[in-house]
Ligand binder design. Sequence first.
Ligand SMILES: [Zn+2]
Ligand SMILES: [Zn+2]
Length: 263
Amino acid sequence: MDHSDFRLTVLGARGSVPVCRSSVFGGDTSCYLVEAGGEHVFLDAGSGLIFAPELSGKAPVILLSHLHLDHILGLGMYPRLSEKGAVTRLRLPCSSAAEAGELLAALYAPPFWPLRLTDYAGRLDIETIPRAFSVGEIEIDTMQGRHPGGCVIFRLRYGGKALVYVTDYEPDEASFEALTAFSRGAALILYDAQYTRAEYEKRRGFGHSTAGKGIELLERSGAERLLLIHHDPHATDEELLRRERELRRADVRYARQGEEINL
Ligand SMILES: [Zn+2]
Ligand SMILES: [Zn+2]
C-alpha cells in the first residue's frame, strides 16, 4: 500500500446481531478497517474483527463508537490479543481509562466469557476518546450522536480527504444540522440505514436511521459518496439488493462485507 493511500475495508456491516444467511452483504457485525499513512484503525470491534487481516508495523488502534454488544463482540476472539507481546490500542468513550477497563471487565469475565481481557498473551492498552485526537498522521474529530446510551460519530482526515463514520444514529433536527456541518465535503460517509421508512415509523427511539436520511446528509453536506451500513438482521440479500436498485444512484450503496474502498 502506497503511503498516500487512504483505504476502507468492510469487515462487518450487519447491525444488532451476526447472521449467517447473507452471502452478498455478509453477516458479521460492525467492524471497518481504515488504513492510511502506515496506520491501522478499526472502527468498532464487532464480530467482523475476528477475520481482520494480519497486520505488521505499528500497533493497530480500535475505536469503539459505543459499547453495545454488536460493536464489541469480536474483541474476545481477535487473534492479535492471543499473540504474546503484541500490542493493541483500544479507545472507547468513557471518562477515564480505569472506568473503561472496568466496563469491559464486566462483560469479558466468567460466567459470560472464559477469560478476562487482561488474561490474554497480547497487551491491550485502553484509552478514552477525547473530542479530537490523532493516530499518526490521521486526524480524528468526534461528535456525539443520538442513540440509547450515546454513540460517538467519527471524522477521520488524511491527505486532504475525510471519512465520516455515523453508526447507530437516530437524527433529530438539531443533531442532523450539526452532523451536516460535521460531514461537510467528506469523500465518504458511512451511515446507519438499518430501517426502511416504514420500519422506522414502528421503531422510533431505537436509535437507528434510514437510507433516505443518509442521502439527505450526502446531498446537504456536499460529500462525495455514501455507504449504507448497520443492516438489519432481518434484511435479506434480495431485500437489500432491491432497496439499492430502487435508489438508482451510483454514489450510494449498501456495504458489502469484504469490499475495499479507496478514498
Ligand atoms: Zn449497533
Ligand atoms: Zn447501539
